[in-house]
Design a protein. Structure first.
Length: 203
């Protein structure tokens, strides 16, 4: 009986090892020990690399507005970007010191030539995720996304999200309400991020 149990255990371990090996061969662009943030799949649209400067982990300072529209005190935040779905999409996750965490799934549509960003937060669970759409603005080095949203006074407009000042050292992000002509701009949230280069301390 003992020999049978050892044989079964050995077979199970061998099967698990082979399964993990097969998974690694089948999904080589998923996050792994060698590539903790995944890799872009060469079969994906080349736009998958639009977020390459953000891939990785950043220490950030986040600042939103209070109910009276004054700026709140800045707070620490960690922002992680990685390739998911075997390198066919991008996921980002934030961890904030106020306990309200969030993230999004970013997919590029080859027909519309736009990115679609589906946002979620730990603050509330909703039946349908809000979505922004947009693309990189290459000539300005920005990535800009829009979602239709009325102002408190009922005016038509968008909530606009922009990544800018993107370098190897980090990037900045701002969320703003803008009117349809983008002539009226009201920022509500801003984030300043610095890349964490030594990941050995973050495992």
């Amino acid at each position: 009986m003992q020999k049978l149990s050892i044989s079964i255990l050995f077979s199970a371990l061998l099967f698990m090892g082979l399964s993990l090996h097969a998974q690694k061969l089948s999904f080589p662009f998923e996050p792994s020990a060698e590539n903790p943030f995944g890799l872009p799949n060469p079969e994906a649209n080349p736009a998958i690399k639009d977020f390459a400067p953000m891939i990785g982990l950043c220490n950030c300072v986040s600042q939103g507005r209070n109910a009276d529209q004054t700026w709140a005190e800045p707070e620490a935040m960690t922002w992680r970007f990685k390739y998911v779905m075997n390198g066919m999409a991008v996921q980002d996750e934030t961890l904030k010191t106020n306990g309200v965490h969030s993230g999004s799934i970013r997919q590029f549509n080859s027909d519309s030539l736009k990115w679609y960003v589906h946002y979620y937060t730990s603050n509330v669970a909703v039946a349908t995720l809000p979505a922004w759409e947009g693309k990189s603005v290459a000539e300005k080095g920005k990535k800009v996304f829009y979602k239709e949203q009325k102002a408190p006074n009922g005016a038509d407009g968008f909530f606009r999200l922009t990544f800018y000042d993107i370098t190897d050292e980090g990037y900045k992000w701002i969320g703003e309400w803008v009117d349809k002509a983008e002539s009226i701009i009201f920022p509500t949230w801003k984030i300043d991020c610095t890349k964490i280069k030594d990941l050995g301390l973050r495992k």
